[in-house]
Design a protein around this ligand. Sequence first.
Ligand SMILES: [Zn+2]
Length: 320
Amino acid sequence: MKAHSQTTLRDRVSLSGVGVHSGAACAVTLLPADPDTGIVFLKSVDFLKSVDDAAVDIEVAAIHGNVVATTQCTVLGSKDAGTIATIEHLMAAFGGLGIDNAVVELSGDEVPVMDGSSEAFVEAIRQVGVRRQSARRRYIRVVKPVRVEIGDSVGELLPSDNRVFEVEIDFADTIIGRQAYVYDAEEGDFGQDIARARTFGFMADVEKFWAKGLALGASLENTVAIGDDQVINPEGLRFADEFVRHKVLDAIGDLMLAGAPILGHFRSYRGGHKLNSAVVKALLADRSAWEWSSIPARREATQADVGAMLPAAALGPNVT
Ligand SMILES: [Zn+2]
């Protein structure tokens, strides 16, 4: 971790598109926020007034306690705000770029899907720039392994000095099949390696989703569609293992819902939003499994510190 101070955006930036589930046009504006705000979604009064004259801005913090659904995408909600769907790719952009504080103002019930990846959000954030803040960042350091099994999906968090995401998927079809990817947030390049990986779906499932009123906005513009024995999108894949890279992207976004960056090694096998969310919940529910930390332990010794420590090491035998 190079930066131990909290960060936010330098300026506000807006994006618009469609909701992949609602099919409705929607816009989102990312705004700078004070230290210790975290990521907060805000349904603007202008949007709410279309249904209620007395409406006021309603905020929903992007934390796991406010997650109300994880079936097709990660959905936040509250009694007053209703639901805010498909937050995960935007949350991944915040997590991948190390943004601690931002307000996300929405003009609808869903974050626009853009191209099905985090790329547009990353570009928007880079366009306005990232500002360091005076407050120190606090990490949730995993100190004891936590494991969750849901059916044949397995997720766990293990102690580690780095933020590592190790994801394996195993589909019966031959297009995806078995893929594994390890992303180390310290050494990897989120923008290059992860942010561009798009969401995907099987053509055979699309009609089932539509019948349920889901994926109404899904198209080849925002989803990698898998047919019987090929990828349908004419442009093909962005990476040979784009599917598992996208699962890493989803995990980065979903783990942000802990409310602070998790310092630990996340592993998942056949996972998804439901498993990711359950792992975060299981970690935070076990108070002996984590602790607050302002700096990763391995990084505490800077070059200068190492020099200063040498005489002490030489005096080691005298230490009682
Ligand atoms: Zn996704």
